[in-house]
Design a protein around this ligand. Sequence first.
Ligand code: TYM
Length: 341
Amino acid sequence: MNRIFSGVQPTNNLHLGNYLGAVRNWVRMQKDYDCIFCVVDLHAITLWQEPVALRQATREVAAAYIASGIDPKCSIIFNQSQCLAHAQLAWILNCVARLGWLNRMTQFKEKAGKNRENASIGLYAYPVLMAADILAYKATHVPVGEDQKQHLELARDIAQKFNNDYGVKLFPLPEPVIGGPAARIMSLRDGTKKMSKSDESDYSRINMTDDADTIALKFRKAKTDPNPLPGPECLDEHGHVKADAEAARPEAFNLLSIYAALSDAALADVVHRFAGQEFSKFKGELTDLAVAKLGPISGEMKRLLAHPDEIDALLRNGAERAQAIAMPILREVEEIVGFLH
Ligand code: TYM
């Protein structure tokens, strides 16, 4: 059976981009794949995390997975640091990956900012750890948002170089699964920037735990432009939004894409439906839709988080199941590399 691996960092809470771009798609893939969903705490500490907050965020992400519909009985849910194969394989892959490859990673450049000399080595090696996450399970498919595409290409390069260097066919080349109107949800304050946990303005994102009033306020304040909503003139013959139309009105198309993703409709249908309308009315409908979809998830998250011991036990159990898959694969790698046991 094909195997999926994916993860979210426990840095603050999940936002609508994480949900629509990643977690929601995982829920749908559960029945067709053998699934492993990780809370990537080793990745989180590549930037400083307050320890108490990290522990809480780890539980919150696990709760969000379950509340969104991941079934911990069939899918494996665990936190990365509890399965030692990730760090061990990452070291071996650090010796396979090339500096030149990592130097091209745009996420490192964005996260390190101007003071690159002061960034952690972990932040630089982040994509190699990500490759280890995937390859430790010989995962075949990796569902993520658009922003992870470059990291997945690197994971494929690392897998291929390992296979070539040692003359083996050990690792399958993992396929990225990216798509739909929500692969890249943008900030509500600036349609050219992606919605992100690290944006200092909380108005830039909808958090999974926001209540109805907060969601309404954030959409009301969301940046738009002075024109009514665009109509079918912005679509090409395949029903895709024309690139120049989108570039001219990024905020409008971001809100329309969020509506399309939340309502499971094609973006073209949503464009037709709201063509020529005022933003204020559309934003009201968008709020109602978001509250209807996210309210039950945040309610369930609250219920789960009232019992942290149960979440911890569930993660421990998931880690045991994860180790049962990853440790034999790590052994195989170590054997190939020439480590004595
Ligand atoms: P993180 O926590 O930054 O993001 C988690 C997932 O959410 C997606 N995402 C978005 N999708 C659409 N629009 C957005 N604005 C948006 N922001 C985030 C991300 O693409 C991601 O799918 N490095 C990974 C975590 C990871 C991982 C892995 C993923 C670690 N190891 C192995 C897959 C396989 C990350 O981006 O986390």
